[in-house]
Design a protein around this ligand. Structure first.
Ligand code: 9MR
Length: 334
């Protein structure tokens, strides 16, 4: 209703204007939006999907769900698949939130970009306090077998390892790296491949927003892990940007896409402080410029539901109405 109304108002305004004053590009973006949605526009360019972060508390809101299904072709669980949510105690799996997300996607015919299996944060203390290599190895393998195994065949991709790098490109200290070195990466990807052979397996991180030391460290690790074949299918760049921070994204995406045997890169958690139209345009163009950049996931639908709500970083306002950033993205994709 809202989108029809917006398009109607735009058309009515245009009809009333003299020909040379008609905002042609603006109009076509709005008309395209009314007819299709961002995901379909991106797919028409041969890419995989545009998605959003979600979870039961979001998609059970009718307005959120309407925008999600109109604009997006994938959902990523914002919190429900993290270790603290899925296995709060050893061997005790609590998967109702994750099940709800996957059922929502399946029922509505959209994809799941699953997030995340091995991460130092939102990690229950029973894992972070493990001191024995063998115990930790089993904990990782059992966690991945159970969680990724449950949704096998239902998710397009998994963030297997999340945020394992420091800003200087070195490996972050965590229970995983402290006990197992980088071998935790190999064993986590092996466990994920076994649990869900069809899913594309990703390594994901933040602040990979230029060809910086962190991005180079990540590429070096992928080159090593993938030296003899495809272990890591994809590299995710979260892309949580500040206003004016999009300048290095194209170079970063090119660098990530150059990693050995990597099939895809993805923008996985996009939000931009103040949601400037120029910033969003630059990010989408950076993805379009690299064929391996197959998906763009926004980290939420409307501003008040964002983890950075005070920065109003998303494409839709509190009333789920399009912002200028939305029109900018639609224009680039149209
Ligand atoms: O958006 C998520 C927020 O609701 C959680 O409170 C937070 C807890 O760490 O995690 C947020 O999502 C993060 C994502 O899982 C990994 N990259 C950074 C995201 C923003 O913090």
């Amino acid at each position: 209703m809202k989108s029809f109304f917006t398009a109607f108002v735009a058309i009515a305004t245009i009809v009333a204007l003299p020909l040379d004053a008609r905002p042609v590009a603006e109009t076509s973006a709005l008309s395209v939006r009314a007819a299709t949605g961002l995901d379909k526009l991106f797919k028409a360019k041969g890419r995989a999907f545009v998605g959003t972060a979600s979870d039961q508390g979001r998609f059970s809101n009718a307005q959120n769900s309407a925008v999600t299904l109109r604009e997006f072709g994938s959902v990523t669980p914002e919190n429900s698949m993290k270790w603290d949510a899925t296995e709060p105690n050893p061997g005790q799996f609590t998967l109702s939130g994750a099940d709800a997300l996957v059922n929502y996607a399946t029922t509505n015919g959209i994809l799941v970009r699953a997030h995340t299996l091995v991460w130092h944060s939102q990690l229950p203390t029973w894992v972070s306090s493990i001191t024995d290599k063998t115990v930790l190895t089993s904990a990782i393998q059992n966690h991945i077998a159970t969680v990724a195994g449950r949704y096998a065949g239902k998710v397009r991709s998994w963030d297997v390892v999340n945020e394992m790098f420091n800003e200087d490109g070195s490996v972050r200290s965590s229970v995983f790296s402290n006990l197992l070195g980088t071998s935790f990466v190999d064993l986590s990807f092996a466990a994920a491949r076994k649990a869900d052979p069809e899913a594309l397996l990703y390594i994901n991180d933040f602040n990979l927003d230029s060809a910086n030391a962190k991005a180079k460290g990540l590429v070096n690790l992928v080159n090593t892990v993938n030296a003899n074949g495809v272990v890591i299918d994809g590299i995710g760049t979260q892309t949580h940007l500040g206003a004016g921070g999009a300048g290095g994204v194209a170079a970063a995406i090119k660098l990530l896409a150059s990693a050995k045997n990597v099939k895809e890169v993805a923008i996985t958690e996009l939000d931009i402080g103040q949601a400037g139209a120029a910033d969003y345009t630059a990010v989408v163009n950076a993805c379009l410029a690299e064929t391996k950049c197959q998906s763009i996931t926004l980290w939420g639908v409307r501003d008040p539901d964002s983890w950075r709500a005070s920065e109003t970083p998303l494409l839709f306002d509190a009333n789920f109405a399009d912002k200028a950033a939305y029109t900018a993205v639609a224009k680039v994709l149209a």
